[in-house]
Design a protein around this ligand. Structure first.
Ligand code: MG
Length: 250
């Protein structure tokens, strides 16, 4: 491809349908917690919704950052705690761990489903010699990739575990994308980011990538465009290595 050398993918919602599993486990965890506050502290219960809570505060962010950002939006202050906190502790980490516990349970039960056109696109990139990397906030990204059998296509996987080890800032900072890009031997000015979350397209923009492609799985085309996506698609149907090359010429 003459216009780019590498593509760095987000995982959840771009390659795999796990975004729905994440969203469902976040909702379950937060609604239980808000219910507890209603019963114990007589706070009015206001349901955690996809539109008003998940998409703006949680989607795409590292686990504890997602917890913090939602709680702040509801003026709830609790201790940050420690990543080793049990899922029953009332701390930011405890709540995040409870969400993860629910997520893994669903993943074990139902496996990880993929978007087939996205897989076809990844294979076409490989056939055209494009370097492929993964940048995900999820600490489960490697486990999910293994479950899909796609692990060998990705030359690097900068996930939540690697981020914590290297002290990388999460999305919307560009760090995990630029790190993945470096790991595949390329520079952002010759590379593309593909993301489905607002925080992710912002990260692509902040990382100064040559092209940011937003994948609007939920009709949120406008949000992705306004936050840094140069191109927005709804599916990878018909998208090839060559299509991306053409987009970059515009
Ligand atoms: Mg995503």
């Amino acid at each position: 491809m003459k216009n780019y050398d590498a593509i760095i993918f987000d995982l959840d919602g771009v390659i795999t349908k796990t975004a729905l599993v994440h969203a469902a486990s976040w909702k379950k965890m937060f609604d239980e917690y808000l219910k507890l506050r209603e019963q114990r502290d007589s706070e009015l219960f206001k349901e955690f919704t996809h539109e008003n809570d998940y998409l703006p505060y949680v989607d795409g962010k590292p686990r504890y950052k997602g917890v913090q950002s939602f709680l702040e939006s509801r003026n709830i202050n609790i201790d940050f705690g420690d990543p080793k906190d049990s899922p029953d502790q009332e701390t930011v980490c405890g709540l995040g761990n409870k969400k993860n516990f629910k997520f893994k349970k669903i993943l074990e039960e139902k496996g990880a489903q993929v978007f087939e056109p996205a897989v076809a696109f990844v294979k076409d990139l490989k056939a055209n010699g494009v370097h492929i990397g993964m940048a995900s906030s999820s600490k489960n990204a490697r486990l999910i990739l293994q479950k899909t059998g796609l692990e060998d296509f990705f030359e690097t996987c900068v996930d939540g575990v690697v981020s914590a080890e290297l002290g990388l800032k999460g999305k919307p900072e560009g760090d995990i994308f630029t790190t993945a890009c470096k790991n595949v031997g390329c520079t952002p000015d010759r590379a593309v980011v593909i993301e489905d979350a607002v925080s992710g397209v912002q990260a692509g923009k902040n990382g100064k990538f040559a092209l940011v492609i937003g994948v609007a799985r939920e009709g949120n085309d406008k949000d992705l465009k306004e936050n840094g996506a140069d191109v927005v698609i709804n599916s990878f149907e018909g998208v090839t290595a060559q299509t991306v090359n053409q987009w970059m010429e515009k």
